[in-house]
Design a protein around this ligand. Structure first.
Ligand code: FAD
Length: 387
């Protein structure tokens, strides 16, 4: 075993960390307050190659490995989790599935503009009555011989308002109401109309949109993977995407720990630094240990994915642990800061709000437990009704 990052991984981690400290951290509180989506920032990230970190150079990416990409998400999320999710969805949920399932023509046409950050990507699976049970989606793609006509509505689509390319899921087999009749399509912004900007508890620097697609005509060149096999695209995408969300949770928890530790060494009560009290020491010890444990789970899952090995169970464990840990430990960070932790004078209340969503999207904690249970019990027949 080797726990050292490679030279390349350390460099890319340093690049992301320096950028996040200089360009994101000083603005994160204002973006949160104003619900501002920092569109220009993604151009700057693109110039550094960080909108396509793990995309091969021949497709316009930086050609780094998957763990490097996870390190980038961790650093970006440490400064601003909204920026983290924008990049995570753009990369793991839109760009990588086209690379994994696309034809040569689709890869050369759709991936470079995404990897170079000229366009943002989005992943449109969820509908009003199809969240965890994504196989119940109702958006239809009716075949007309040469292609399909798509009609339907999607809900809570990250990057929806700003995306140029959508990985979009619709039912191609009207005879089924299950996951078996779903296909994946690559749509452009022109095919999609944004109907709502969601207001959220946190992640205010990211956008979450409802969309409709009305009579959009697409040819066979827009079908990703085989007809009626789109659910496999979605599940494989989420297997990898979860590792990115776990890294987002880790970055948030690390940021909360950094603030809490510094504060505990400064703040005085009863004639002592609060760091001298065992109650505070034990909180910091637990935070540090749980952050380490999450990091190890995440890096292992990323390493397995990079090796092309199965990572469904390991990714689910990483996401489940990291997200619950981030929710718990951002709460503890507020506790260590006392009243100041509850105010906007310090960023820990933002971390607390941002951490919560990591237990919900790309599969809730309840669904991660189902995925893990299915794997450890050897239930190889994956229930298509549950993502
Ligand atoms: C900010 C934000 C961004 C998002 N971005 C995207 C995006 O970019 N693209 C996209 O497609 N979707 C996106 N989503 C949707 C997200 O993935 C779903 O919200 C999530 O999968 C859960 O679905 P749901 O909200 O419908 O909850 P439901 O499925 O209605 O679940 C409600 C509760 O029931 C539990 N539950 C459901 N089924 C089971 C079961 N079988 N066993 C035990 N418990 C169960 C759940 O765990 C949860 O606690 C986003 C959501 C948010 C809030």
């Amino acid at each position: 075993m080797d726990f050292e990052l490679t030279q390349d991984q350390r460099e890319i981690q340093g690049l992301a960390r320096d950028f996040a400290r200089a360009e994101i951290d000083p603005n994160a509180a204002a973006w949160d307050r104003d619900h501002a989506f920092p569109r220009e920032l993604f151009g700057q990230l693109a110039e550094l190659g960080l909108m396509g970190t793990c995309v091969p150079e021949e497709y316009g990416g930086a050609g780094a490995d998957f763990l490097s990409y996870v390190l980038v998400l961790e650093e970006l999320s440490r400064a601003d989790a909204g920026v983290g999710v924008t990049v995570a969805v753009h990369t793991s949920a839109a760009t990588l599935p086209i690379l994994a399932f696309g034809t040569d023509e689709q890869k050369s046409r759709f991936v470079p503009p995404l990897a170079r950050g000229e366009q943002l990507g989005a992943f449109a699976l969820t509908e009003a009555e199809a969240g965890s049970d994504a196989g119940a989606l109702r958006t239809r793609a009716d075949s007309d011989g040469d292609g399909w006509t798509i009609d339907g509505a999607k809900q809570w689509i990250t990057n929806g308002r700003y995306a140029g390319t959508f990985l979009f899921f619709a039912r191609t087999d009207p005879q089924t109401e299950t996951a078996r009749g779903i296909s994946a399509f690559i749509l452009d912004a022109e095919h999609v109309r944004v109907t709502r900007d969601e207001k959220k508890l946190g992640l205010n620097s990211s956008v979450t949109n409802d969309l409709v697609v009305e009579g959009a005509k697409v040819g066979r060149d827009r079908l990703l993977h085989e007809e009626n096999r789109g659910f496999r695209v979605a599940m494989t995408t989420l297997d990898g995407g979860r590792i990115g969300i776990a890294a987002q949770a880790l970055g948030i928890a690390q940021a909360a720990y950094d603030v809490a530790r510094d504060y505990a060494l400064q703040r005085r009560a009863f004639g002592h630094r609060i760091a001298d009290f065992q109650a505070i020491q034990q909180k910091l010890a637990d935070m540090s240990m749980e952050i380490d444990a999450a990091r190890l789970l995440i890096y292992r899952a990323a390493w397995l994915k990079q090796q092309g090995r199965r990572h469904t169970e390991e990714g689910a464990k990483a996401k489940l642990f990291a997200s619950e840990m981030a929710r718990r430990q951002t709460g503890e960070a507020i506790q260590i800061l006392g009243g100041y932790g509850y105010t906007k004078e310090f960023p820990v209340e933002r971390y607390y709000r941002d951490a919560k969503i990591t237990e919900i999207y790309e599969g809730t904690s309840e669904i991660q437990r189902l995925v893990i249970a299915r794997s450890i019990l050897g239930l190889t027949e994956r229930s298509l009704a549950v993502r």
